[in-house]
Design a protein around this ligand. Structure first.
Ligand SMILES: [Zn+2]
Length: 472
């Protein structure tokens, strides 16, 4: 299938209910593994669109799969719907104004990510039915991308076992095939156990778990100089041992996120961080318990799929933004720093321009200066050939995890960007469904890469999805 215009009509025909889904999810921002209402909205829409639904995938109440079509190849389209804490923000204004102080907000645009992926799946379903073709399309409703690694648990549970290829996207400033570069990441909690005591009357009897947490930070901070340049270690204090300075803190807990270029590098670094924790326990005469919470793999590229998706992008061109979209995007850009904007241009290898919204397709071989985060799509990409798009829907330079993303998340430009990227994903899926040679090439590429580095799920077998994560 060289011409994608046919499938794009199916996307256009179903855009309204899916834009409405995105806006509803925007208005009910829920954190990882607590996306109960958002997941219910997704399941209800899948049902209305005639998908067969499997709930509670991998034992996760907010994970689901909707399937349509019969026999043939199976194409997975992945969506997300979790929000972030502290990013509550009104839509449509270019200044920080929370709807609810300290409330959640869709600061990574996952309201669009989920609904856009479902729009692609719905269009492919309708296209298969209209053309009487064999083949199945599945929408994977994947919760807890923000640190919960739900997709890695879904891969571990075998949810992708019969899938031929997977497609997803992420909201961004520019349209491009997403470079398959991300860091493997483990989240690991260290709980230190000491001994409480009166901090003035009997300090010699106490052993401080809080001291251990602080010494562990010092040790890790010294370790940073001696890590690979692209590795990252961050931490957050979960329990400090109470609010009373006159009680020696008997228990304290710190969460570490340890990232490296690949799983082998990550496992090595995790062992070093564990040894630092042991050192802190030794110095303070406390005891430490490490507990892995979640982990994700780095992304695996797939050349044939990336070329196929890029062809679609070139045929489609950039999203049809208008003057009003550009005016609001310009107002958002006025709230950004020059560094914010420069850094986004560098990630796509483009010289700084002055368009407020994307007006081009970034070439596959652009000389990018990549920003390296982590994503649980990584594990899907090790299980099956996977490709992702960056869909342009926000003012160029908008940093992810910011109030500016929330402010733009249900504006007309966001809706246009979502429909546009749904066309990219749907047309890529249709190519895969009808082109055996493309499927074979994608599988051969995947087999060659995984033969060099066999995949082992980075989450230990006895670690269950951290369903209470949002309540920590
Ligand atoms: Zn995200």
């Amino acid at each position: 299938m060289n011409d994608s215009r046919d499938i794009w009509q199916f996307v256009d025909a179903k855009q309204e209910p899916l834009i409405a889904l995105s806006d509803r999810v925007w208005a009910m921002p829920e954190l990882c593994y607590a996306e109960t209402r958002s997941a219910a909205e997704h399941a209800a829409e899948l049902e209305r669109q005639g998908f067969r639904i499997t709930r509670n995938v991998a034992g996760i109440p907010t994970a689901m799969i909707g399937e349509a079509g019969e026999d043939g190849p199976v194409i997975a389209i992945l969506g997300e719907y979790d929000a972030l804490p502290g990013l509550s923000q009104e839509a449509g204004i270019a200044e920080p104004r929370p709807l609810e102080n300290g409330g959640n907000g869709h600061g990574c645009g996952h309201n669009l990510l989920g609904a856009g992926a479902m729009l692609a799946a719905v269009a492919v379903k309708d296209w298969l039915a209209r053309n009487g073709l064999k083949g199945r399309v599945r929408y994977y409703g994947c919760p807890a991308e923000e640190g919960g690694a739900a997709k890695a648990f879904m891969v571990r549970a075998g949810a992708f076992g019969d899938v031929d290829a997977a497609i997803s996207w992420h909201p961004a400033s520019f349209c491009e095939v997403m470079p398959a570069v991300s860091l493997a990441n483990t989240r690991i909690d260290f709980t230190f156990h000491g001994r409480a005591s009166h901090a003035a009357a009997s300090p010699h009897l106490g052993r401080s778990a809080l001291d251990a947490v602080e010494l562990m930070s010092v040790g890790v901070n010294y370790m940073r100089e001696h890590m690979p340049g692209d590795a990252r270690v961050h931490y957050a204090l979960l329990e400090t041992g109470g609010i009373a300075p006159n009680v020696v803190q008997a228990r304290a807990k710190v969460r570490y996120s340890v990232r490296a270029r690949d799983l082998a590098g990550m496992h090595e670094l995790v062992e070093r961080v564990k040894r630092v924790a042991q050192g802190a326990a030794l110095m303070t005469e406390t005891r430490v318990e490490p507990q892995i919470i979640s982990a994700v793999s780095n992304l695996l590229a797939n050349d044939p799929l990336e070329r196929a998706m890029h062809d679609v992008l070139q045929q489609l061109g950039p999203p049809p933004f208008d003057m009003a979209d550009r005016k609001f995007a310009r107002a958002i850009q006025d709230t950004l720093t020059d560094q914010d904007i420069d850094s986004v241009y560098r990630t796509v290898g483009e010289p700084r321009g002055d368009a407020p919204l994307c007006d081009k397709i970034i070439p596959l071989d652009a000389p990018r200066n990549l920003m390296r985060g982590s994503t649980d799509v990584g594990d899907v990409s090790w299980a099956v050939p996977t490709v992702q798009a960056h869909g342009a829907m926000m003012a160029i330079g908008t940093p992810l995890h910011s109030w500016q993303v929330v402010a733009q998340g249900k504006m007309p430009a966001a809706h246009k960007g979502m429909v546009h990227v749904a066309k990219v994903m749907a047309a890529t899926a249709c190519k895969l469904l009808t082109d055996q040679a493309l499927r074979d090439a994608a599988k051969a590429d995947h087999a060659a890469r995984t033969a060099r580095h066999p995949y082992h799920c980075p989450i230990p077998a006895d670690v269950a999805p951290p369903l209470d994560m949002a309540r920590v």
